[in-house]
Design a protein around this ligand. Structure first.
Ligand SMILES: NC(=O)N[C@H]1NC(=O)NC1=O
Ligand SMILES: [Zn+2]
Ligand SMILES: [Zn+2]
Length: 450
């Protein structure tokens, strides 16, 4: 690894100086020497639920962005659901932006929701895009949130045709309920609801495969000279590394404008090790078996999975039903925002993950997806969004570890030993986090597309 100095002025990177050139380039400004630590582009998490406004007892902009800053994330894009109301109109976007104002420690952009109510209303979607959402998000199965109903392929086709004019993406939660393929009947009262395998059987890989197969009937519109050229489809949180992934690889070969993310929890955990009743691990799609996890790593290392995101989807501890341990009734969602960098690094080392790959999965490609041309790389002219961290420093994620998310107790990572300690996080030149402390003021900026 080479030694470099990054020179920052007014929030931007103005030069990158090599070690030999330091003396000649010595400047009058403040110099901070981070010694042997690694300086990488700040992470960009394109998939986080901060639940603000309306469900701030679940998370919130201040706690969520403090956790992000402590984890080296300098930008996050907030999902349109789990807040109340959902972000599906210009009015509800305004509520988001107002709620973020002066309460965020890193930059925050917003996805808008594509729902049946607005899907056939091009002018409503245009208004939402004009108001600054970076793209849209929809579900192909029930979302768990009443004012965020699911979409079908025809809604998605309509959405893509509007997005094409804005060159912005549609993110899709790709699971489609196939009743006949549920391997358990939910009304069966002999089910062992504390057993993870019971839950796993309720959402088989065929649900992901069915959704992706359906999506690909409209994804071809995004090809060059297709009716939705300029639009882009992005599959969120892929868990199934078999047929679903094969379909996506084929679509890419055919020229569809399509990318896919997976999340650290699918790369760190496997079904076999999830204890009975431990609903901290419940998410959708579910964490699958160890063989699937190996295949996900292979696909990530081979470049078939494009990027990573947290899908940080917290709730209040009561709704995780940890006492009862009922996997069928507990809230589905993993709490992870602060830990994604050390988790990806710690669990990825045995696969030979490099720092360059981390920067590609967590910064460069997410920036491209979210249309952030001034972010995602340490380059002259870019925002000075940086994480300084020590890959070799190990720490125990025990009760003494400072955790900034609103409900640390529901995180499946608690109790793990991780390597990779964030020393400092710099967002647009501001030191937003340093060794356990945050900047006194919440100086992140809301990001609106123009
Ligand atoms: N509504 C919501 O956040 N759902 C998320 N939770 C989860 O585990 N998967 C999701 O899509
Ligand atoms: Zn989802
Ligand atoms: Zn999500």
């Amino acid at each position: 690894m080479c030694k470099r100095a990054v020179e920052i002025k007014e929030g931007n990177i103005i030069s990158i100086v090599s070690e030999e050139d330091w003396p000649r380039n010595s400047k009058t400004g403040q110099v901070v020497d981070y010694g042997e630590a690694v300086i990488m582009p700040g992470l960009i998490d394109v998939h986080a639920h901060l639940d603000d406004p309306g469900r701030t007892e679940w998370e919130g902009f201040p706690s969520g962005t403090k956790a992000a800053a402590a984890g080296g994330i300098t930008t996050l894009i907030d999902m349109p659901l789990n807040s109340d109301p959902s972000t599906i109109s210009t009015e509800t976007l305004k509520l988001k932006v107002d709620a973020a104002e002066k309460r965020i420690y890193v930059d925050v952009g917003f996805w808008g929701g594509l729902v049946p109510e607005n899907a056939y209303n091009a002018s409503a979607l245009e208004a939402l895009l004009n108001a600054g959402v970076l793209g849209l998000k929809s579900f192909m199965c029930p979302s768990g949130i009443n004012d965020f109903p699911m979409t079908n392929a025809s809604h998605i086709k309509e959405g893509l045709s509007v997005l094409a004019r804005y060159k912005r993406p549609l993110l899709v939660h790709a699971e489609m309920e196939k009743g006949s393929e549920r391997h358990v009947k939910l009304e069966d009262d002999t089910l062992d609801t504390r057993s993870y395998s019971t839950y796993l059987k309720t959402r088989p890989p065929s649900w992901e495969e069915a959704a992706i197969r359906e999506l690909l009937t409209v994804a071809k519109d995004t090809r060059t000279d297709g009716p939705a050229e300029g639009a882009h489809l992005h599959i969120v949180h892929l868990s199934d590394a078999s047929s679903s992934l094969d379909l996506l690889m084929e679509a890419k070969t055919n020229g569809d404008s399509i990318t896919v993310e997976t999340c650290p929890h699918y790369l760190a955990f496997s079904a076999e090790e999830i204890p009975d009743g431990d609903t901290r691990f419940k998410c959708a799609p579910p964490i699958r078996d160890a063989a699937n996890k190996e295949k996900l790593w292979e696909a990530l290392m081979d470049g078939h999975i494009d990027m990573l995101s947290s899908d940080h989807s917290p709730t209040v501890p009561e709704l995780k039903l940890l006492d009862e341990g009922n996997f069928l009734k507990a809230w589905g969602g993993i709490s992870s925002l602060q830990f994604v960098l050390p988790v990806t690094w710690s669990y990825g080392r045995k696969y030979g993950v490099t720092l360059e790959q981390l920067a590609s999965w967590w910064s460069e490609r997410p920036a491209k997806l979210a249309g952030q041309v001034s972010k995602g790389a340490i380059a002259i002219g870019n925002h000075a969004d940086l994480v300084v961290w020590e890959p070799e420093a190990e720490f125990e994620l025990d009760n003494d570890h400072p955790v900034h998310m609103k409900h640390p107790s529901i995180s499946a990572y608690l109790g793990r030993r991780l390597s990779g300690k964030v020393l400092a996080t710099i967002s647009r030149g501001n030191l937003v986090y340093k060794e356990g402390n945050h900047a006194p003021a919440a100086c992140g900026s809301p990001i609106l597309a123009t």
